[in-house]
Design a protein around this ligand. Structure first.
Ligand SMILES: [Ca+2]
Ligand SMILES: [Ca+2]
Length: 363
């Protein structure tokens, strides 16, 4: 019945159209095939490499389940060494909910490297926040690590002796940059947007988790439980544990080859072709944090709360326990935080650029 009625309405609608808008009474002859346009580059190629050498990987639009689907008991079975009270604090990962990202977008295959950040500073004149405000950053002080007991500050700082260029452990140009603030990330995205003619920005939380999962549903893109990270990520591991003995029980039980940061791309990529979403350095996202954000999130392209005090970072780091390197885990910092575990990964809009570059992100 409904179908017939709807068809009648459609026919009535057709009849009312002005002649120019009516469907043709007979099939129109096929239009000649449009000639190829060799002078117009594809606006959305699979990969774009920018002037800093960042390889931007095109990710498809899609639907995924954001957040953790199961309860604390199930999580405790997968992470038996973690105190129950810690697992019970993870309510902000729920409720799991379906999210639709309606547009394709590009994400950098790798975290921003030390070399890329240095090139950005040289070309843009940007002064990193830790230097501009004179308070410095954090660093690894081996003598402090030896005295450290769980509960205190693990790293030394803030101190002007530490910065993005020196976090107190060796880093080459292909290591991920650390001690960079959310505001530094915004500045980098703004500069790239202005110079590349494409809109660069930080990923939303939803985009980050979608990218991390790459179609998987478990704790990690490689599966469930800490063991799934063996050979797959740089986290707090068997080689790092002797440097921070109180955390020994939480370490990945096998060596991952790196006590501190690893060169980006040292482990296999996920199904989207992205590296190091788990571990190496935490990655800033665009979103303000709210503990109950998922209860109020839009189903399409959620962008987090309209305001807040702290921004979300994701993915864990070289010093992070496996349980906190899961795709679903959410952590936060103020936008001016600089730390030895926190870095940057940028995304780029796939939409064809408009008449001029648009501003990147919020304030
Ligand atoms: Ca490690
Ligand atoms: Ca990472």
């Amino acid at each position: 019945m409904f179908g017939l009625a709807a068809a009648g309405l459609l026919l009535a609608g057709c009849a009312a159209l002005p002649a120019a808008d009516r469907p043709p009474a007979h099939p129109a002859p096929a239009a000649p095939a449009a000639p190829p346009a060799p002078d117009r580059p594809d606006a959305t190629p699979p990969v774009v490499v920018n002037r800093l050498g960042m390889v931007m990987q095109r990710l498809p639009a899609g639907v995924f389940t954001m957040g953790r689907s199961d309860d604390v008991d199930a999580l405790a079975r997968r992470f038996p060494g973690v105190e129950r009270a810690r697992l019970e604090e993870l309510g902000d990962e729920q409720p799991a909910h379906e999210v639709r990202l309606t547009r394709p977008f590009y994400m950098a295959r790798h975290e921003v490297t030390v070399g890329q950040f240095r090139a950005f500073l040289a070309a843009s004149g940007h002064v990193p926040e830790s230097i501009a405000d004179g308070t410095g950053a954090y660093g690894h002080d081996p003598s402090r690590a030896a005295r450290w007991q769980a509960g205190g500050e693990v790293f030394a700082g803030r101190d002007p002796r530490w910065s993005w260029a020196d976090p107190g452990f060796p880093q080459r140009d292909d290591h991920p940059v650390v001690n960079v603030t959310w505001n530094d990330a915004q500045a980098m995205a703004r500069w790239l947007s202005a110079t590349e003619g494409r809109r660069y920005r930080l990923p939303t939380e939803a985009e980050w988790e979608y990218a991390c999962r790459a179609g998987s549903r478990g704790d990690f893109h490689t599966g469930d439980g800490a063991q799934a990270l063996a050979g797959a990520a740089n986290v707090f591991d068997a080689d790092a544990a002797p440097h921070w003995p109180p955390w020994q029980a939480q370490a990945l039980p096998v060596p991952d080859g790196h006590v501190f940061t690893a060169p980006v791309g040292s482990y296999p990529p996920n199904a989207f072709g992205l590296f190091d979403l788990h571990g190496n350095v935490w990655e800033w996202t665009a979103d303000w944090y709210a503990e109950d954000a998922y209860a109020h999130a839009a189903a399409d392209d959620p962008a987090g709360p309209a305001s807040g005090r702290v921004r979300v970072r994701r993915g864990g780091s070289w010093h992070t326990w496996p349980v906190y390197a899961r795709c679903a885990y959410r952590n936060v910092n103020s936008p001016s935080t600089r730390y030895v575990l926190v870095g940057i990964r940028l995304v780029m809009d796939a939409d064809p650029p408009g008449p001029g570059p648009r501003p990147a992100g919020g304030p």
